[in-house]
Design a protein around this ligand. Structure first.
Ligand SMILES: Nc1ncnc2c1ncn2[C@@H]1O[C@H](COP(=O)(O)OP(=O)(O)OP(=O)(O)O)[C@@H](O)[C@H]1O
Ligand SMILES: O=C(O)[C@H](O)COP(=O)(O)O
Length: 403
């Protein structure tokens, strides 16, 4: 277990610098509200209500990408979730940022500009090197404490995540605390009964690495999505097309088929592949076919089939812990939601310990009228979640735990 300090250890009336992860989808220049705002609002509200002066840092996109935009809209969205004003200054550590920080009153909050707009933030370097940057050197003396709530970015060795905790007393925020505990459960807890992992989605490379590292902890893997089709292909079935516009399938096959083949050889009895698949029939309705009846590669498959859903349902109902990474089909289209919704409903209806990870997959919970309360934990992290499952340390968590 980690030994970081939490907000319970923070003395009152402090000047607190807080790192959030508000990285969000951006459509036509508009930042889309999402679960990250809602979750971080809890930490921000608690700090404001405790009378701290609260200065927030976050990032959005990466230089050169369309979603690399200012955090001005993020401040408004966050304020709505917090239920209090959150100011914004269009500078990260320049003169106007310093002035705004110095004039902040007790119980007020201010969001600084996108940390990735400073040159010091991004290149991955050691925490010690990041602590030496002008960014950290300018801001740290203005604060009494640093709080990291950005669990979902904690796998990045960036200045705002790893530099400040070396210069200031450092604490974990509420999101950091909850995510850390739930996501490391698979690596740190003993479960008496069956541990099942549902593996799907389009980012097969990430999840295949996880399977390779988790074989001794997970008893049963249930496969679906593009990841599952890669396994079916390795097992000799003629399935798998690229998802529209992305060279996903063939590229991922090239990158992973060696690992998939050895996983099937070494751990085949732990891995369950779909026995049937769904596709768009001639009348635009959902149609299904048994995998054993597929004799040529003539169409794309968009979900696992009904027999597979029943089989996965029984495995889940007989599990003590279930971890989910990636959707079993294109659930955004209701016709192809059966696999994803089926496994999520089975989890929700049993009292197993469960963690659902991945921004896309967790959206299905709300979309299909399920309640987050029926799951042990719904993670807002992607890359950090995957790493935590395998027990890989996260640098942002590791620096928080240093004395
Ligand atoms: N057979 C399929 N064909 C096309 N898309 C699919 C298929 N199966 C799953 N998907 C898509 O996979 C997406 C989820 O995949 P992804 O790997 O991004 O998972 P995630 O873990 O939820 O996301 P992230 O890691 O980005 O937070 C869903 O949006 C779903 O539509
Ligand atoms: O959205 C995320 O997964 C985190 O904020 C990390 O963002 P990055 O992958 O751009 O570093």
């Amino acid at each position: 277990m980690s030994t970081f300090k939490t907000l319970d250890d923070l003395e009152s009336g402090q000047r607190v610098l807080v790192r959030l992860d508000l990285n969000s989808p951006v459509e036509d220049g508009r930042v889309q509200d999402n679960r990250r705002f809602d979750r971080h609002a809890t930490t921000v509200r608690e700090l404001m209500e405790a009378g701290h002066r609260v200065v927030l840092m976050a990032h959005q996109g990466r230089p050169g990408d369309d979603d690399f935009v200012s955090l001005e809209q993020h401040a408004d969205i966050l304020a709505e979730h917090v239920g209090r004003d959150v100011g914004f200054v269009d500078s990260t550590y320049g003169e106007s940022a310093v002035e705004a920080i110095e004039s902040l009153e007790e119980g007020e909050a201010l969001l600084l500009e996108n940390t990735r707009m400073t040159d010091d933030e991004l290149p991955e370097e050691s925490p010690e090197a990041k602590a030496e940057t002008e960014f950290v050197g300018t801001l740290a003396p203005l604060f009494d404490a640093y709080v990291n709530d950005a669990y979902s970015a904690a796998h990045r060795s960036h200045a705002s995540l790893v530099g400040f905790p070396l210069e200031l007393p450092a604490y974990a925020g509420r999101v950091m605390e909850t995510e850390y505990e739930a996501n490391t459960a698979i690596a740190s807890r003993e479960f008496d009964g069956r541990v099942t992992m549902v593996v799907g989605g389009t980012k097969a490379t990430d999840v295949i690495d996880v399977m390779n590292n988790l074989g001794d902890t997970v008893d049963r893997f249930l496969l679906g999505g593009i990841a599952g089709e890669l396994f079916l292909r390795a097992a000799g079935h003629d399935v798998g097309f690229d998802v529209a516009g992305m060279d996903l399938f063939d590229d991922q096959w090239e990158a992973n088929h060696g690992t998939i083949e050895s996983l099937l050889d070494d751990r085949g009895d732990q891995i369950t592949l779909a026995s049937d698949l769904a596709y768009e029939g001639e009348d635009d309705e959902r149609a299904e076919i048994a995998v054993s009846d597929i004799d040529e590669k003539d169409r794309g498959y968009l979900d696992v089939g009904s027999d597979t859903v029943s089989e996965y349902d029984s495995v889940i109902r007989d599990s003590e812990a279930v971890f989910v990474k990636g959707a079993l089909g294109l659930f955004e289209d209701e016709r192809f939601s059966k696999g994803t919704v089926g496994v999520l409903e089975a989890i929700a209806e049993t009292d197993c310990f469960s963690v659902v990870g991945g921004g896309d997959t967790s959206r299905a919970i709300e979309m299909y009228g399920m309640s987050e309360d029926d799951f042990g934990h719904v993670s807002i992290a992607g890359g950090a979640y995957i790493r935590a499952l395998t027990g890989e340390p996260l640098v942002g968590v590791e620096v928080l735990s240093r004395d």
